[in-house]
Design a protein around this ligand. Structure first.
Ligand SMILES: Cc1cc2nc3c(=O)[nH]c(=O)nc-3n(C[C@H](O)[C@H](O)[C@H](O)COP(=O)(O)OP(=O)(O)OC[C@H]3O[C@@H](n4cnc5c(N)ncnc54)[C@H](O)[C@@H]3O)c2cc1C
Length: 276
């Protein structure tokens, strides 16, 4: 990356965000799944296990999971996301991108204390996942076979679990259309799903959340917000799709070739939503 970036465990990031929301006056109902959202007399009615609540606006932030009744229109076929904690690996102080057949993985250090220091291996897989989705050793082998760097870094890896955690149906490249029902603001992965290798998904989620909050406070219609966010996310998404295409066609392109390093840096900058 042509800049320093943070790799944070979700436990820390989500905890900090929840704390900030509660400190700002939000009422938090943890462990409650919203079962549906339908237009009501004064905005929306949300169905919860214990009853219903009325809301003037709804911010749809259910991420990778589709929300019943509100499908992502035009979403491309979903990829598989995998995650595995490892001991016996020294990823250094960096996030390493490891291409392999059918996908790519990111290897990054875990905070001190977790699995002997250890590392987190996350991957996006397109097409047939085979045993990699069910078996930690098969997943490790598949990533290690993809590059000499992967083989070296993962040589002594000991998986913390028998099988990787998996999330299916991640529609990389999806962008919500402009429009949509009044008072429903799509943010994060419900608005745009950027290829994971960019490490920009969380930034898109945070920026779109802030933009939706500003739009609601300004009394703006959801359709106007959605159209603006679609425009703002267009270039980062295009650059990310281009990068994903290069990764698929020539997996070694981003690693260690001095001639393409400036192009890769340029492309990485283009994927940053904070620049748009
Ligand atoms: C393999 C992989 C690796 C990735 N690596 C990176 C990375 O290194 N850096 C990066 O920035 N991004 C990365 N991303 C992308 C990033 O995870 C997402 O872009 C980001 O989490 C989107 O945030 P979100 O808030 O929209 O959704 P999420 O983070 O998915 O959060 C959605 C939340 O909504 C909750 N929810 C869902 N349905 C309901 C319901 N009905 N009722 C109540 N709650 C509900 C879920 O439980 C969840 O807590 C990666 C993604 C994948 C798949």
């Amino acid at each position: 990356m042509p800049f320093a970036a943070w790799g944070l465990p979700r436990r820390l990031l989500d905890g900090a965000l929840r704390g900030a929301a509660v400190a700002a006056g939000a009422e938090l109902r943890a462990g409650v799944a919203v079962q549906g959202a339908e237009p009501g007399p004064d905005g929306w009615i949300l169905r919860l296990p214990g009853g219903a609540i009325a809301a003037r606006q709804v911010v749809l932030a259910t991420g990778k999971q589709a929300f019943r009744g509100h499908p992502r229109a035009g979403a491309p076929p979903g990829a598989l996301g995998l995650k595995l904690h490892l001991a016996g690996v020294d990823p250094g102080g960096t996030v390493t991108l490891l291409p392999f057949a059918g996908g790519y993985a990111g290897l990054q250090p875990l905070p001190n204390g977790a699995h002997d220091g250890g590392a987190n291996l996350c991957a996006a897989l397109h097409g047939e996942a085979g045993a990699a989705a069910r078996d930690a050793a098969a997943f490790l082998a598949r990533v290690a076979e993809g590059s000499a760097l992967g083989a070296r870094l993962l040589a002594g890896a000991r998986p913390a679990w028998d099988r990787p955690l998996a999330v299916a149906g991640v529609p990389y490249g999806f962008r919500a259309r402009a429009g949509g029902p009044p008072g429903l603001f799509r943010i994060g992965d419900q608005a745009a799903v950027i290829p994971s290798f960019t490490g920009e998904g969380i930034a898109l989620a945070l920026h779109s959340g802030l933009a939706a909050a500003a739009a609601i406070l300004a009394g703006e219609e959801a359709a106007a917000f959605q159209a603006r966010w679609r425009r703002r996310s267009a270039w980062p998404m295009r650059w990310a799709e281009l990068g994903a295409w290069v990764l698929r066609q020539a997996p070694g392109a981003f690693t260690g070739v001095a001639a393409v390093a400036p192009a890769a840096r340029w492309l990485a900058r283009g994927t940053r939503v904070s620049r748009c």
